[in-house]
Design a protein around this ligand. Structure first.
Ligand code: FAD
Ligand code: SF4
Length: 570
């Protein structure tokens, strides 16, 4: 354990991690007048330099494929053009997976975390999502209702900017929306088929701006959000929250600072955070009145489990033994199809925003007697997006001939495919969790996580239902199934755990300190000045992508924390 300098400056609030949760905490707390210090394990971001939004392949060496054509051999992690510092594997910062289990962990190390990389699908949880146990006897109910969190969804959507329409569908609650984005031809055809099958297809809810708000420009429809958006028209916590908070003069950002341990005093409260300064490779300590942990669901659990002391011998805030437990990801399964009706169309720019303009909300939420609990939504893919490196990989194997003939076959094929990706709810189970691996440390000497993963019959049957539905939709469109959307990920008939990148539940909230680590405001039951602002606090992981809910819950947590600090309760 590192020593605290007795006369060192005491910071009001230290926030650890700057993704969706940490960014929101930083924004709300500085707006409320608090001085905040942000510890971020990655470097500072400079969007104008780091984002390659409008760079075309011919402007860069090897078209961005890498000097040894790494991209073709799966050796380039996320592609040359992607927003920086998002990794499936981080050199020197490993994690382990229990023998016989499969899990992959995508981490970002940069100011803004994974919000620089994410797809920006922004769906509210439904009223019934907060009462899973009451609904079907599985899992645990939340200590919060939809009505309590709805005002924070309003605030989150109003601030980050989410497109959408009011539909009155219970599984897809309406929100505080910006105008929707018009559908493209493949989406219109999917909707036509789904109308016949009585499956709803509605405008997507995406955190991209169809109108300028809060000093961020409206989208110019270049379709490259995954590369990072220089005009901040796509939401990221770095551009929309952290940078404006820095301008208030109340936020200090310490980049390249990997929190290692939370240090508690005799009163059982956190009074300091020890971190590794990655640039000097030294350990430093910062004193604080209160701390917000927002390092992402699994990193936050890791930090608490690594913060042991005689009083908290099981890890901090972990008398319940729930830290690291209840880990979930989203169920993923997808199919691609070839649609003859899309053949021979003139090729035009259909970029729009990156990602879908329409989606399918869960439509069987009130049907009993399925062979799985809960449900899924469907994300739609297709269109004539700008081709990139690797877009035509394998084309020579699919088509006869060479030269002009081959080129014309490739052109004719381009844009004639659609993709349907199911995203469903996983129910927490006792076999799926993370813990500290007693044998492995990272390059900073910090013990790493070991993951355990098992899907239950509910998730496996849900993925089978996705398969059946997608075949039906593609065939109703007059098309044929061409294969899995993502064979590397979904080969076993269901995604590998972690690969949908929606981890949640590892420091869950609850009314009972015996079965939960946090109270209903994400404050540790047993450490009053410790708060958690990421999806670690979630009690369940509904089919809706988690990030909008992370922002809403972090917003509510921050207002509560500010109030408690002002009352002197923290
Ligand atoms: C390609 C991709 C697509 C996605 N699409 C969607 C989508 O469409 N919709 C959706 O809702 N979600 C999506 N997600 C998930 C979304 O990105 C995450 O849910 C969200 O970013 C989580 O926010 P967070 O604050 O919990 O953590 P993160 O965004 O992961 O941020 C955590 C931050 O903490 C820092 N950190 C970690 N450990 C430490 C430490 N010990 N000390 C200091 N700092 C630390 C990290 O460097 C990082 O910057 C996607 C993710 C990816 C990668
Ligand atoms: S499509 Fe719009 S939101 Fe996405 S990168 Fe381009 S301008 Fe930004």
């Amino acid at each position: 354990m590192s020593q605290i300098q007795p006369r060192a400056q005491v910071h009001d609030i230290v926030v650890i991690g700057s993704g969706a949760g940490g960014g929101t905490a930083v924004k709300v707390l500085t707006d409320l007048g608090f001085k905040v210090t942000l510890l971020e394990a990655g470097p500072q971001l400079n969007p104008m330099k780091d984002f390659k939004e409008h760079v075309t392949p011919y402007q860069v060496p090897h078209r961005g494929a890498g000097a040894a054509a790494e991209i073709y051999f799966g050796k380039q992690q996320w592609g040359y053009f992607a927003a920086p510092n998002g990794f499936w594997e981080i050199e020197g910062e490993p994690y382990t997976v229990a023998p016989g289990n499969k899990f992959r962990w995508f981490r970002s190390r940069i100011v803004g975390g994974r919000t620089n990389h994410y797809g920006r699908i922004s769906l509210r949880f439904s009223d019934y999502d907060f009462k899973p146990y009451s609904t079907d006897g599985l899992g645990t109910d939340w200590p919060v209702t939809y009505d309590e969190i709805a005002p924070y969804y309003d605030k989150a959507e109003g601030f980050i900017g989410v497109t959408g329409t009011h539909e009155g569908i219970r599984s897809a609650p309406d929100g505080n929306f910006l105008p929707p984005i018009p559908p493209r031809v493949h989406e219109v055809l999917i909707k036509k088929a789904c109308d016949k099958l009585k499956i709803p297809v509605i405008p997507s809810r995406m955190a991209m701006l169809t109108k300028s708000i809060h000093g961020r420009a409206a989208c110019h429809y270049c379709g490259q959000c995954g590369r990072g958006c220089q005009t901040a028209s796509a939401f990221s916590s770095s551009q929309a929250m952290v940078f404006p908070a820095m301008k208030t003069g109340r936020l200090t950002v310490i980049p390249n600072a990997m929190a290692r341990e939370l240090i508690t005093g005799d009163d059982g409260k956190v009074n300091a955070v020890s971190y590794i300064d990655k640039l000097t490779r030294t350990e430093k300590t910062i004193r604080c009145r209160a701390v917000v942990v927002a390092a992402s669901a699994c990193e936050s659990a890791r930090l608490l489990l690594n913060s042991k002391s005689p009083r908290f011998s099981n890890g901090l805030a972990n008398s319940s033994g729930q830290v690291g437990r209840n880990l979930t990801d989203t169920v993923g399964y997808g199919l691609s199809g070839h649609i003859p009706a899309l053949e021979g169309l003139p090729k035009y720019n259909s970029d729009g925003i990156a990602g879908m303009h329409m989606y399918i909300p869960w439509w069987l939420w009130d049907k009993k007697n399925k062979d799985f609990a809960r449900g899924y939504h469907v994300e739609l893919g297709g269109g004539f997006n700008m081709p990139g490196v690797g877009s035509f990989h394998g084309a020579a194997g699919r088509h006869e001939g060479y030269g002009a003939g081959l080129k014309s076959s490739i052109r004719a094929e381009y844009g004639t495919g659609v993709g349907l990706s199911g995203r469903g709810e996983m129910i927490p189970n006792e076999h799926t969790f993370c813990e500290i691996d007693p044998h492995v440390v990272d390059q900073w000497g910090i013990p790493v996580l070991r993951f355990h993963w098992r899907w239950s019959e509910h998730e496996i049957n849900q993925a089978k239902h996705m398969h059946k539905t997608f075949v039906e939709i593609i065939e109703t469109m007059g098309g044929t199934v061409t294969g899995l959307r993502n064979p590397e990920r979904e080969d076993g008939g269901i995604s590998v755990g972690g690969t949908i990148i929606h981890e949640a539940g590892t420091v869950r909230m609850g009314a009972d300190p015996k079965t939960s680590a946090l109270n209903r405001f994400s404050q540790a039951h047993e450490v009053s000045n410790l708060f958690v602002a990421d999806a670690a606090s979630f009690v369940s992981n509904p089919d809706k992508n988690v990030t909008l809910s992370i922002v809403a819950f972090a917003w509510r947590m921050s207002e509560y924390m500010a109030d408690e600090m002002r009352k002197g309760n923290v």
